[in-house]
Design a protein. Sequence first.
Length: 413
Amino acid sequence: MQNYATVTGEGRSIASLMKSAQIRRAFQFIDELQVELDDELVRICEIPAPPFKEDARARFIGQRFHAVGLSLVRSDAEGNVIAERPGPSSRRSPGPRVVISAHLDTVFPEGTDVRVRRDGARFNAPGISDNVCGIVSLLTLARALEVGDIVTRGQVYFVATVGEEGEGNLRGVRHLFDKGEFRSGVDAFISLDGPGLERITHRALGSRRYRVTISGPGGHSWGDFGIVNPVHALGRAIARFSSYPAPLAPRTSYNVGIIEGGSSVNAIPASASMVVDLRSVSSDEIDKLEAHLRRVVEIAVREENSQRAMSGTSLTCEFEQTGDRPSGETPIGSPIVRAAIECSRALGIEPRLDCSSTDSNIPISLGIPAITLGVGGVSGNCHSLTEWYEPHGRELGIKRLLLLTASLTGLAG
Ligand SMILES: [Zn+2]
């Protein structure tokens, strides 16, 4: 890995970057482009990208990467789309490797109506703000660098990742840093995710997800009455679990998001399951929460078994981990966070440092300098069918991104 702190050290200050003719030309281009970006927003949003079925949107983004002048467009084994903008041709002192990424998947299942309905400045559609607006900004960054004729000292990678949401469990970005292209590390990683300008996410909110399944023999509600019932046990487990006193600091949360089980009102179910989300900014708190979950399930199963002992039947239970996102932090004093703060302020944005669960969790947990940024605009009802996005302030978000990219990689010459 490059030590990019030294590279940016010889770079120019943000103020002088902003005065450079190339950056000014790129800024002007961004201002002129806004209507076209609305069209791009609609076009991408209307290509479905349900979890694990992101191919169609990925293919389109690959074509767009190509069309905006990026080179070596490819997709990797997991389905991520990657392209490059090389630094100057001399390889004698390669500059830093900077990754700008945005996740391309949505939370919405196959068959969801993703057509965009416009209502004045408002765009209504599932996934429009999370994260089609991020993808549009990623593409626009590439165009603006090109139009500004900006030659960076280092290599800039443009990546649209798959599997960020829900049960995707960060599979795209995990692959990149595990077996994929960035397994030997990069010098900086920026994830664009959602609207807003203030938020600079430098702390990774960790989470663990489990599917807990309780199983028994099942039977007739009248004829077999007296045998163990998995739904009854699951109900008791949830009642106990939901009284857990999660601390406010370090902030911790839990949620039973899905319950399933049974097939008929007059059948004793053979199984019942719940899908549980455990989150905390502290991995110790997640450990405690997980221990609590295991304890309450064990107690509930034991109670049902002892209450129905006469029947000679008993329940078993199984824990399946469906998600694991590591926590961690890119220090406030690190060059990437400092540069993000400076670039924001240079454009009149007062940033707010925060903690969230995003693609950056993976590089952050590996000690790679990483942050997640909003791309401007406002939105509401994310992850619901009534999700909406308004692009006010989007141009500022793209300018900040351009400035930050230039400052992290440095300009050649
Ligand atoms: Zn997102």
